[in-house]
Design a protein around this ligand. Sequence first.
Ligand code: SF4
Ligand code: SF4
Length: 206
Amino acid sequence: MPKFENPLAGFGVTFKAMFKKRLTEQYPEEKKPTAPRFHGRHQLNRHPDGLEKCVGCELCAWACPADAIYVEGADNTDEERYSPGERYGRVYQINYLRCILCGLCVEACPTRALTMTNDYELADRTRESLIYTKEELLAGLEEGMVDSPHAIHPGMTEKDYYSGLVTEAAPGTVQQEARSRGDVPAGRDAGERAQEAADDSSEVRR
Ligand code: SF4
Ligand code: SF4
C-alpha cells in the first residue's frame, strides 16, 4: 500500500502564500527599471560634434552568432561626411527577430560605436518593423552636436576624435546634403541579405 502524506499539509503552503506580499507587476502601466547593465536595444553612438562613430567595418556582423546584423560601408567625401575617418556605415540594420541580445557585437566593435540601451520593449506585429534601420538605431543629438553629414572639426584628425580633443561641433558647422541615403534598402530580412552577401563573397569567406 502506498503511504499518503497528510492532505492538510498542502493547504498549509496555500495559506502561507496568501499572506505574502504580492509580486505581480502592473506592466505596462508601471515599468520597473532594469539593472544598469541590462542588455536591451542597441544604439549607434556619435562623436561629441554629431559625426557617427561607426566606420562600417562589419566586425559586429561577423561576431553575431544569430546573423542578425547587416552592414554596408561606404567612403566619406568632403561634400558628404558621416564620420571623421575614411569610411562610414551607409546601411546598418539589426533584425530583432533574430537577435538574442548577447552583446557579442558590442564586444567586437573597435570604435565603441555600438552599445546597448536598457530598452526592452522590442515587440511588434510585423517583421519589417522589427528590422531596425540605421536611422532608428542612431543616438539622438545632444547639446553641441550637429546632425551628420557635416565637415570634420577644423584642424582635427580622426585620431584627435578618439583622443577626446573634439568636445563639440565647431562654430558655424552646418549639416551637408545627404545624397547617398536615398538608395538605402529597408525592410528586407537581414538574414537573406547576409546570405546574398555570403554568396557574393564566398571565396573571401573560405
Ligand atoms: S546582441 Fe548578439 S545576437 Fe544581437 S545583434 Fe549583437 S551579437 Fe547578434
Ligand atoms: S558598429 Fe562598430 S563593428 Fe559594427 S560596423 Fe560599425 S564600427 Fe564596425
